[in-house]
Design a protein around this ligand. Structure first.
Ligand SMILES: [Zn+2]
Length: 244
């Protein structure tokens, strides 16, 4: 029998610890401050990498970054780094977490990342499938003790401007006031961003300012939606929700 856990509002899924921080760390920090319960799931531990001698170091960095963002939980699954593939077992593993934590919104990869890790695209395929598997009835043998859960919304984040955005309508989150926390969370990964790679910080700033500026904010993070985004109150959505 599975122990019940407190549901979360949002789960962000990355392939490796640091993906989520880079893609949407500002949004997660802001959601936490807005009172939402947020979780992070990394499909792999991200190791090996050139500058990290022990996976435990990367995991400790990930925990510190989660603390900076203030999320309710972070879970690192045991799928293999560098050879992550969309397969039935991976889908069930992630869908089990969705059934356990019952998010209203899932954030994840939405596109290939050419010249970077192919794990990212596999993570997108796994996440898409797991969102679907989470709600499937008459499949309890694969999800013992975990009732079905329909996830109302899914959005795709973008790892950086050097990678193509996901197709579909976009929405920009104002992360003004949260950019420094995002950068602090990224810099928790000392093994990934040593002094000689500090240019990453400048790049993260530039991306946030460009994305935010396009929506009239100082800084922003962009998400793509697999479906058109609707609203109940047009004035609220296009005027009040746009103002800082
Ligand atoms: Zn990655």
């Amino acid at each position: 029998m599975t122990t019940a856990v407190e549901p979360v509002d949002v789960i962000a899924v990355g392939a490796h610890p640091d993906d989520v921080e880079i893609a949407c760390g500002g949004t997660l920090a802001r959601l936490v401050d807005q009172g939402y319960r947020v979780g992070i799931i990394d499909l792999t531990n991200g190791e090996p990498t050139p500058r990290c001698d022990d996976p435990a170091i990367r995991l400790a960095e990930a925990e510190r970054a989660a603390g900076v963002l203030g999320v309710a939980f972070r879970k690192v699954l045991d799928l293999p780094n560098r050879r992550l593939f969309d397969c039935f077992e991976a889908r069930v593993k992630l869908a089990s977490e969705f059934r356990r934590y019952r998010p209203k919104l899932v954030l994840g990869f939405g596109q290939k990342t050419p010249l970077a890790s192919p794990d990212h695209y596999q993570a997108m395929l796994i996440t898409d499938a797991a969102v679907f598997y989470s709600r499937l009835t008459k499949w309890d043998e694969h999800f013992p003790g975990l009732p079905v859960h329909s996830i109302p919304r899914q959005l795709y984040f973008q790892l950086g401007f050097e990678h193509p955005p996901a197709p579909g309508p976009t929405i920009t989150v104002d992360i003004g006031g949260y950019l420094e926390r995002k950068i602090e969370a990224i810099l928790c990964y000392e093994t990934q961003f040593p002094p000689e790679k500090q240019y990453v910080v400048q790049r993260v700033r530039a991306i946030a300012m460009t994305a935010g500026g396009a929506a009239g904010f100082d800084c922003g993070e962009v998400f793509a939606s697999p479906r058109t985004i609707g609203c109940q109150d047009l004035v609220q959505a296009v005027i009040h929700d746009q103002q800082t």
